[in-house]
Design a protein around this ligand. Structure first.
Ligand code: ADP
Length: 528
């Protein structure tokens, strides 16, 4: 009908606002590389480029029993990890919700003694051998130093709040986020706070490493990933987005020039750097900026900050879509959700949006809805329509309306993936890993023998050329085609091209925060 044609046109117009063409990707990659370099040289830059004091990635042969804990938000996870030394591991874990009152406790001791007690409970439940052996002697032991070396668990502490890291197991809390507020902890070393409480319980546990979740992802992927070369980059596309990568130590000049920097092993010539890329291009030199992006930012708790993250990560994509849809709904000339649907539905009905529909509320649409739209290949987009009905209080939606919603949702999702490619592409270029083992003669010969045109064909990617990237987070894991959109954009960057894109291998890093933290505890333990 004429009306649905008009709606389709209007939806196309909004979707087009989210286009991020090849030139845009190239310009953003260039700016990303500039900011990476700047961040390595000085403090206070857009991307923080935090040196992590981790100087090597694992190769899968690492062995041993380690512990890991993760304090990131609502839950505290405790786990033990047995690394088998053949790229596999076994993991035992427990999880407790952090009581609300402890998040805003008067003293940090209240929170950290609670955490230590969870570690004690975990040891009793899952490692009673370890625990009992030390139990007899605990009365005479004042701290972890009193245990025999082989009795001690090295523990990796994943702590997902901003810290100023000054050593592999030393980091000063800069500020709390995510609803935590315990004033006396600010400025203190969070590893020491935890160790003190562990020692009070006389547990054979040493806080060996302070771990950022992106570094954990990188380490976990490198341990489990097949191949000769270690993983280059660990990237998270979940609630937020961030990445950590392997940088040449000689380029991390702000660390080398810092007289107060803690000790670390310089023999590998490498340092893993936590980019904090969520704040890439906060000044919007190259990031796309629609009216919906601007509105989202204005009404956020931190306007002008985390501008890359606000266009890429799960916390925000649903809201961008919501703002775009509400924009259409407020336009009287647009028929979205105003259909008389007698033609498309079995029962004569008119679309209705419940007054209480989350579509009217900030953060009302979850990013998982974008995945539902993108993955919906049912007739007449039945699944999308059902979800709008069930989860969003929008009843009797027509197939045309659902098409319009899907078109815009896909545009938001695709732009996010192309922006993700900017970060990945920039780091691939920055680290000079592209085509280091070229040229591969064998393939060309083969092509000639088969009388196939050698020109325009792409060389086989050999194991030496593989650039391995570990990813984690619901968005990259569940959004259909997220990786193919990333790849498409990578091919559009001239320095990468078709050949470079082929050599990029992207894989999910499972249980990153547990295994990764264990691996960092291992690396840290072997340094001392
Ligand atoms: P976190 O990053 O907090 O560790 P996740 O990786 O699960 O946890 O990311 C949660 C984010 O992912 C939320 O913002 C949520 O909206 C989004 N999300 C959850 N499920 C999906 C999905 N199926 N597709 C896309 N995004 C999703």
């Amino acid at each position: 009908t004429e009306r649905s044609m008009a709606l389709a046109e209007q939806a196309k117009r909004v979707a087009a606002e989210f286009e991020f063409p090849a030139e845009g990707v190239r310009a953003a990659v260039k700016e990303f590389i500039r900011e990476l370099d700047e961040g390595l040289q000085k403090d206070g830059t857009e991307m923080s480029q935090i040196p992590t004091y981790v100087t090597a990635v694992p190769n899968g042969t690492e062995k041993g029993l380690y512990m890991a804990v993760d304090l990131g938000g609502t839950n505290f996870r405790v786990c033990s990890i047995q690394l088998h030394g053949n790229t596999t591991f076994s993991l035992t874990q427990s999880k407790v919700a952090i009581p609300r009152e402890l998040m805003v406790a008067k003293t940090s001791k209240e929170l950290f003694s609670f955490l230590a007690k969870q570690i004690e409970g975990f040891l009793k439940a899952h490692h009673s051998d370890h625990y009992a052996g030390t139990l007899r002697r605990r009365a005479t032991i004042s701290n972890v130093g009193g245990f025999k070396q082989e009795e001690i668990f090295n523990l990796g502490f994943t702590f997902s709040f901003p810290v100023h890291q000054i050593g592999i197991n030393k980091g000063l809390l800069m500020r709390w986020t995510k609803g935590f507020d315990i004033q006396d902890a600010v400025g203190k070393d969070v590893c020491a706070l935890l160790q003190t409480e562990i020692d009070e319980l006389h547990l054979p546990v040493r806080v060996a490493a302070l771990v950022n979740d992106t570094v954990g992802t990188l380490m976990a992927r490198s341990y489990t990933s097949p191949g000769k070369t270690g993983t280059l980059l660990g990237a998270i596309f979940g609630t937020g987005t961030n990445g950590a990568y392997v940088e040449k130590l000689s380029k991390v000049s702000k660390l080398l020039n810092n007289k107060d920097a803690g000790d670390f092993d310089k023999s590998t010539g490498e340092m893993i750097v936590n980019t904090e890329w969520g704040s890439f291009d906060n000044s919007l030199r190259t990031l796309p900026n629609t009216s919906y992006d601007a509105a989202l930012d204005k009404d956020s708790v931190n306007p002008g900050i985390q501008m890359f993250e606000k266009r890429v990560s799960g916390m925000f994509l649903g809201e961008i879509l919501r703002l775009a849809l509400v924009g259409l709904l407020k336009d009287p000339s647009v028929t979205l959700f105003r259909d008389d649907n007698s033609a498309t539905n079995d029962v004569h009905s008119t679309t209705q949006i419940a007054e209480s529909s989350p579509i009217w509320k900030q953060w009302g649409i979850d990013t998982s809805f974008l995945s539902i739209c993108a993955g919906d290949s049912s007739a007449g987009l039945r699944i999308t329509r059902q979800t709008l009905d069930k989860d969003y209080g929008i009843n009797a939606v027509s197939a045309e309306d659902a098409e319009a919603v899907k078109l815009i949702a896909n545009a938001v999702g695709k732009r996010a993936a192309r922006l993700a490619a900017v970060a990945i592409g920039a780091i691939v270029i920055e680290t000079g890993r592209l085509g280091t083992s070229k040229p591969s003669g064998t393939k060309t010969t083969e092509a000639k023998e088969n009388l196939e045109p050698a020109r325009g064909t792409v060389d086989e990617v050999t194991e030496d050329d593989v650039i391995d990237i570990g990813v984690d987070g619901s968005l990259v894991e569940f959004y259909p085609e997220f990786e193919s959109y990333i790849r498409e954009a990578l091919r559009e960057v001239p320095e990468i091209g078709v050949q470079g894109e082929k050599s990029v291998r992207i894989g999910i890093a499972k249980d990153g925060s547990g295994v990764g933290a264990a691996l960092i505890a291992l690396v840290a333990g072997s340094v001392e």
